[in-house]
Design a protein around this ligand. Sequence first.
Ligand code: TA6
Length: 279
Amino acid sequence: MITLPASIRVVNKSELIDALHIDNQYAHATISLWGAHILSYAPKHDGRERLFLSEKVLFDGSKSIRGGIPVCWPWFGSRDDELQAHGYVRTQPWQLLSATDETDYTELMLSPETTQGAGFDGIAELRLTIRIGKTMHVSLSTKNVGEETFTYNAALHSYFAVDDIYHTELKGLSGIYSDKPLNWAEFETPSPYLFTSETDRVHLNPVEKVSINQSNVSTVIQSYGHDSLVVWNPWSEIATSMIDMDNDGYQKMLCVETAVTQGVTVNPQQTHTLLQVIS
Ligand code: TA6
């Protein structure tokens, strides 16, 4: 491993999974090297944890980590029965390429063990760059290093922590969304946007700024390079069926995902970047 700056130490999540804990002037954060999965982010100016991590999270490598920010790539959702949902980089070791303490943030850059896998023919270089400061920047860049054009989908599948989903409002979205549980039927975005049942929606209105509002606090999510925002809460029945989610876990989370679901075409030597900024 490269030499770590003063703000970073290695913590052991399991026999298989090491994580990096960042403690700098501005924030605490934890990033698993398995999946380059951000597990936690709490800026020091308010000490509030922004990310949800399931109490029954598994760190045994049997599945993607439940909570935090899974990196979905090179597809989003299910492809077919043979291929795992949300691609194959969230369940592989990533390598830390660089880590530096800068004036306003600590910056880490990671790359997966491989970008090659069944279901994707492109030759790609993938980098996740994370800046931990007063805000957190999470930037996923996909460079075409082959000779053929390719198309990919991806998401920063962020699980945000909420105190109570029944008293949570999502602000900033409008227009039509496609509803997965209702066979992708299209509906008008509700206003106010509240949560009372399973929610699994692809909003094809790629606004740049939304916020999760609770009684006194709000989490602001800015997105760039995306074509969709995905909003997900499994609600009670699905949460109960998950081995890595406690029955009431759905009350404490809301996924708002900066996503490419319609395919981005990347020409040789070009780079496409998906960015989510959390404050
Ligand atoms: O992003 C929403 C979604 O695709 C849902 O349909 C649900 O399946 C969720 O992601 C979680 O997927 P996972 O494979 O992490 O259990």
